[in-house]
Design a protein around this ligand. Structure first.
Ligand SMILES: *[C@@H]1O[C@H](CO)[C@@H](O)[C@H](O)[C@H]1NC(C)=O
Ligand SMILES: *[C@@H]1O[C@H](CO)[C@@H](O)[C@H](O)[C@H]1NC(C)=O
Ligand SMILES: *[C@@H]1O[C@H](CO)[C@@H](O)[C@H](O)[C@H]1NC(C)=O
Length: 352
């Protein structure tokens, strides 16, 4: 702590009748250290000019049950083409709300509620090597009885009648290993919630496992088709694909679960048919590499399984001298998770 650059800014909030006339805001960064503790309410965690890796430890203060993180600015390096945060990453651990969660890319404007549960500290680790890393995360402490506290399992929590929910890093590459719940608090007098693709955007509002694997879009997929990545609204089937058909759900509490699995394999090229020279050694009367019935080249590194042709019958053999003919190995792409190049989702909700 001693080395940490701490700045206490006193903001004079003159116009707002809601906020106290004087509100203290703490600004903290990882300059000159690689670990800082966040113990004050309303702390802004900001980019360090010096350290690439920062560990922010938030101890559970007496009476505090939950932290709200507002990602005022959050731009880390993007995920790679298959959804892994290989350049920069923020990892969240120690909260009962999510298992370890890693995010990267652009999350500006997003928020997260992290409940302590039985944990005595929550940790954020930010590894930011990219040139354009910039973040300003406002960390707010919420007491157990605070009216704005979210239910324990809700990473995102909306208390408005209408709004929109975006997956992290939308509309860029969808991230892997995302498992969390978004909750919408029912306003009084409503029976149901409607979900539909966002209107106010350019581009695809919904693209989750959207490729059919043959260069075609999957369309509106649901249920067991969505085995890899999906969103699921409480009371409804899983949804994935390249189209989200608007839905109305009467199941309360209003919740949307996000389940993105660990892999986003790149789309494979169409399976080739390999032409191989084939030799038959009659003297030894055995198949050897390259023989019919022998091994085909190993194409597993590009995700292909190749099978040799059947061993030819006697009449196709080429006598007792080494002969040569051409035959083919057939290569196929095994059933694959055609998830790459997905952008995630932006969904509007309205309570009715
Ligand atoms: C980091 O550097 C920028 C300009 O280079 C400066 O404005 C900012 O105050 C610095 N931040 C910290 C925490 O020192
Ligand atoms: C990051 O996302 C925010 C909110 O969607 C957007 O306003 C901003 O332009 C994005 N930044 C970049 C560099 O794309
Ligand atoms: C932290 O500040 C927020 C307002 O920004 C307030 O609602 C909350 O009660 C404060 N938390 C604690 C533990 O005082």
């Amino acid at each position: 702590m001693d080395n940490v650059i701490k700045t206490i800014l006193t903001l004079l909030v003159l116009a707002s009748p809601i906020v106290d006339a004087c509100e203290e805001v703490e600004v903290i960064s990882c300059d000159n250290t690689d670990q800082v503790f966040i113990t004050e309410n309303n702390t802004h965690v900001v980019t360090s000019n010096i350290s690439e890796k920062c560990r922010f430890v938030i101890p559970k203060e007496p009476g505090v049950c939950q932290m709200k993180l507002d990602l005022v600015i959050f731009e880390l390096g993007d995920a790679d083409a298959i959804g892994d945060c290989t350049a920069d990453v923020m990892t969240i651990s120690g909260s009962k709300t999510v298992k370890v969660l890693s995010v990267c890319g652009n999350l500006t404007g997003q928020h997260m509620y992290l409940d302590f549960g039985d944990s005595d500290k929550i940790e954020l680790t930010i590894q930011g090597k990219s040139k354009n890393v910039a973040y300003d995360i406002l960390a707010t402490q919420l007491k157990c009885n605070h009216p704005n506290r979210a239910p324990v399992h809700c990473l995102q929590y909306f208390k408005s009648k209408e709004g929109s929910v975006r997956s992290f890093n939308y509309p860029r590459q969808q991230l892997n290993n995302q498992e969390y719940t978004v909750c919408v608090e029912a306003v009084s007098g409503v029976d149901a919630i409607q979900w539909r693709p966002c209107k106010e955007i350019t581009g695809e509002p919904f693209f989750i496992s959207g490729n059919s694997g043959k260069g075609k879009s999957l369309g509106a997929a649901s249920g067991t088709q969505c085995y890899a990545d999906y969103v699921q609204i409480l009371g409804e089937n899983r949804r994935c694909g390249s189209t989200f058909l608007p839905m109305t759900s009467f199941a309360k509490p209003f919740m949307l679960h996000v389940g993105f699995d660990a892999s986003e394999l790149p789309l494979l090229p169409l399976p080739p048919v390999l032409s191989l020279p084939v030799y038959f050694n009659r003297a030894e009367n055995v198949n050897k590499p390259g023989f019919p019935g022998g091994p085909c080249p190993d194409m597993s590194s590009v995700g292909l399984v190749c099978t040799p042709p059947p061993v030819p019958c006697e009449s196709h053999e080429l006598g007792n001298r080494r002969g040569k003919e051409v035959t083919t190995c057939t290569c196929t792409a095994p059933a694959m998770n055609s998830d790459a190049m997905n952008t995630g989702f932006c969904l509007d909700f309205i309570q009715i």
